[in-house]
Design a binder for this molecule. Structure first.
Ligand code: NAP
Length: 242
């Protein structure tokens, strides 16, 4: 019998996070704590479908105290955390000159500082167990930079820097840290794109299509099952960036 693994997925009630939850739930040895913030109805619906494969927990991951509660809940329920998927994120399109202090701080707080919080809170348990897999969802924009999304790109590039640095620091504790940096994936985050915009993006992608949340979820599952990959930024993007 295989040992059960416990995973936290932040922002797991919608979009890419939801697909990750369903992909992990297919594995009989993984139990999941689905974190959500606003999407309570979705989270309850998913819990109904997946039953005792998952627990759901509301927390705004941009707040240290709420992250502590999420981690404490998981530890009280399951006694350990093996896998942390930092998926929660927000985006915003603005000219650099229009970005306010509030926009800037909020973008970094939700997308990057949340990752600092979640990892710091799970680490004592992972280090104690000498076992862990941390996957941070960054973005192709963190690698290439995106016009009119400078603060988003900075936050995602920051995640990749954190991934590489921590992978070095935590390797000796048998904790792997990787980033998954998606290209364009059709979720609510891209609901403002017009059909023409999607067509012109698709024309630039060698595989000829934008991605699905499930494509990212499969990459995440592969990283979980792998043993020897750490400190990497893996970008499922249809060949958009080669
Ligand atoms: P989405 O459909 O807009 O979903 C965003 C998710 O983040 C929701 O589940 C939301 O939870 C959660 N979230 C946001 N702020 C939160 C907070 N403060 N605390 C807890 N959860 C929070 O976007 P998505 O496309 O699935 O994006 C998921 C991740 O992939 C993000 O990190 C995004 O930057 C990254 N990404 C997406 C794309 C893309 O093309 N879609 C490309 C590259 C990278 P609630 O609804 O419960 O509030």
């Amino acid at each position: 019998m295989k040992i059960e693994k416990i995973a936290i997925v932040t922002g797991g009630a919608r979009g890419i996070g939801k697909a990750i939850v369903y992909e992990l739930a297919k594995n009989e040895n993984i139990k999941i704590v689905l974190n959500y913030n606003h999407s309570e109805e979705n989270a309850i619906e998913i819990k109904k479908e997946l039953g005792n494969k998952i627990e759901i927990f509301k927390a705004d991951v941009s707040k240290r105290e709420e992250v502590k509660k999420l981690v404490n809940y998981t530890l009280e329920k399951f006694g350990k955390i093996d896998i942390l998927i930092n998926n929660a994120g927000i985006s915003q399109e603005k000219m650099f000159t229009d970005i306010t202090d509030e926009d800037w701080n909020n973008m970094l707080q939700v997308n990057l500082t949340s990752v600092f919080y979640t990892i710091q809170e799970v680490l004592p348990n992972m280090i104690h167990n000498k076992l862990g897999c941390i996957i941070n969802i960054s973005s192709i924009w963190g690698i290439t930079g995106a016009s009119c999304e400078v603060h988003y790109s900075v936050a995602k590039a920051g995640i990749d820097g954190l991934t590489k640095s921590l992978a070095k620091e935590l390797g000796p504790s048998n904790i792997r840290v990787n980033s998954v940096a998606p290209g364009i994936i059709m979720t609510d985050m891209n609901k403002n794109l017009s059909n023409e915009e999607i067509k012109s993006i698709t024309d630039e992608i060698p595989l000829g299509c934008v991605g699905k949340s499930e494509d990212i979820a499969k990459c995440v599952l592969w990283l979980i099952e792998d043993n020897y990959t750490t400190g990497q930024v893996i970008s499922p993007n249809g060949g958009w960036l080669i």
